[in-house]
Design a protein around this ligand. Structure first.
Ligand code: AMP
Ligand code: MG
Length: 513
């Protein structure tokens, strides 16, 4: 790997705490602190993403690179740091947060001049670790590694994953926060992104009234990551805010398309580039449920439930608007843009659903159709992914009971079958009024509806296996997630087996990672 080409331009441009002191503390007025990875003995490779490594300019992996994968024995040019950010967690201002278990190696530039940031997750404590250890357990590392790549191949904007390695160290976690701590295997993921900047970085500088740094950060972000913005002065910042809204509409609509529930949509987990970031207690949805939240910490209020993700992203953008207000200075503009976000989101959402159903275009009458469909899905506990896969096979002669028998998590009684029949008749009627051919309609559906999604129970099985020293499922899942619009392994295209209904790690997850 070309580790010697990694640089840290960010640390030259912004104020930082250069003391190299890992002690947890507030670091006012700075955007980063220099910090060293902990260093591990007995590390071991689990998975490496060759294609990504080549693409970003890091080249081929050799055995000697194992050290780098966990942050050991770094060369001179890799001057590591952690960034400071703030955020609103579960609706409340949380003050300074920051990279608590993420450490940046810096940036690599590929042959085409494209820059990519490289970051370890779980390689040790930083000033922002807030009484935690800066480590990550195998369980959460496998989940981040596989899911970020699954999202990438689904076509959803996301950070990516380069490698997954054991640290050789044990890590203590109390999964259910019930006083039963256990020793788990520690692991480190290297993840990559154009930038890991979050809403929270801007919130931190604004809260500390560090307006010069705030403006520099904004200019830096626009210059490097928003080439579509060509204006100057305050208009540039207005265009930026509108474009962040646009990208956020896109990423959240994409979550709805594939059935992804993030689980912790705090503003510190919102990428300023509109990427999916921070894979924690997330889940792909099995049975359709607007109220589904995979995060046990979120259960009381279900703030981050599947169906709330549109409204919550808007709430998060309000916080970003507050942070940028000093520079944009135009309340009316911010308010209008945020209101526009609401309508843009629902329009994009409904247009996306038209594609899932194979409709030519969004019609006013489709709204009622979608509402009826939601009711049906919720009542019959139909599997989100499998439902659309089966819908592609539907025709006027279909036997509805057998078509949907293996899609529902409840028994399909005659009464329920009748409801499905009524729905499919409505659906076929709507399809017959399409101005596009059946082939075009089917092609829309096939490109919009994945055949494979990385369900929590599959991750659970994969983690169990790796824990026991095997990687067969990991390899199969990797192939499947790289080809999500095909059915490579029929055994993955089934609903969640009932044995997993109440298993921690399958139906619900904690933040303890
Ligand atoms: P999250 O909700 O997972 O995005 O984390 C919120 C904050 O807690 C972030 O600043 C994280 O960096 C920090 N954090 C989470 N887990 C750990 C850990 N094991 N060690 C240190 N910091 C952590
Ligand atoms: Mg986070």
């Amino acid at each position: 790997m070309n580790i010697e080409q990694i640089r840290q331009p960010f640390t030259d441009l912004f104020p930082g705490d250069l003391s190299n002191n890992p002690m947890q503390r507030n670091t006012p007025k700075v955007l980063f602190a220099t910090v060293q990875p902990a260093g591990f003995e007995g590390s071991g490779l689990i998975a490496f993403n060759n294609a990504l490594s080549e693409e970003i300019g890091l080249g081929t992996y050799e055995e000697k690179d194992l050290d780098f994968l966990v942050g050991n024995n770094l060369p001179e040019n890799v001057k590591t740091y952690a960034t400071a950010y703030a955020g609103h967690q579960f609706g409340n201002w949380a003050g300074q947060l920051g990279d608590g278990r993420a450490i940046l190696a810096g940036e690599i530039v590929n042959k085409e001049g494209k820059k990519t940031e490289i970051q370890w997750k779980g390689a040790g404590a930083t000033p922002y670790s807030r009484h935690a250890d800066g480590r990550a357990v195998l369980r959460s590392s496998v989940r981040e590694y596989l899911m970020s790549e699954a999202m990438y191949h689904l076509g959803v904007p996301t950070t990516r994953a380069l490698s997954l390695a054991f640290t050789g160290e044990g890590v203590v976690r109390d999964i259910m926060y019930n006083g039963n701590p256990q020793l788990e295997k520690g692991a480190v993921v290297i993840r990559t992104a154009d930038s890991f900047l979050r809403f929270g970085h801007f919130e931190l500088m604004s809260a500390q009234q560090e307006y010069k740094t705030l403006q520099d950060l904004l200019d830096f972000t626009i210059q490097n990551y928003y080439p579509e913005i060509t204006t100057d002065g305050i208009q540039k910042y207005k265009d930026f805010f509108e474009n962040v809204c646009k990208r956020t509409v896109h990423v959240i609509t994409e979550w709805f398309r594939v059935g992804f529930v993030h689980g912790v949509m705090n503003t510190d987990n919102m990428s300023i580039l509109g990427l999916t970031i921070d894979y924690g207690p997330y889940s792909m949805m099995d049975e359709y449920d607007l109220n589904f939240t995979p995060n046990t910490t979120d259960l009381p209020g279900r703030r981050y439930a599947f169906g709330n993700q549109g409204q919550i992203s808007q709430w998060n953008l309000w916080q970003l608007a507050n942070a940028l207000h000093y520079l944009i200075k135009d309340e009316k503009f911010l308010e209008n843009t945020l209101n526009q976000y609401g309508s843009d989101f629902w329009e994009a959402h409904d247009k996306m659903f038209c594609k899932k159903f194979g409709f030519d275009e969004l019609r006013t009458s489709d709204e009622e159709f979608f509402t009826n469909w939601q009711g049906l899905m919720q009542e019959l506990q139909l599997d989100y992914t499998l439902f659309f896969n089966q819908l592609e096979k539907l025709n006027a002669e279909s036997d509805i009971k057998s078509l949907f028998e293996n899609v529902s998590y409840v028994v399909l009684t005659d009464q329920r079958v009748k409801k499905l029949e009524n729905f499919t008749q409505e659906y076929l009627k709507r399809l017959s009024s399409n101005t596009i051919s059946r082939e075009e309609s089917l092609s829309l559906m096939k490109h919009t509806n994945p055949k494979f999604t990385l369900r929590n129970y599959l991750l659970y099985e994969c983690i169990e296996e790796i824990n026991n020293g095997h990687t067969e499922i990991l390899e199969k899942l990797t192939q499947a997630l790289e080809n999500p619009y095909e059915e490579l392994y029929p055994e993955f295209s089934v609903k969640r087996p009932s044995v997993y209904d109440d298993t921690t790690g399958c139906s619900t997850l904690s933040c303890s990672s």
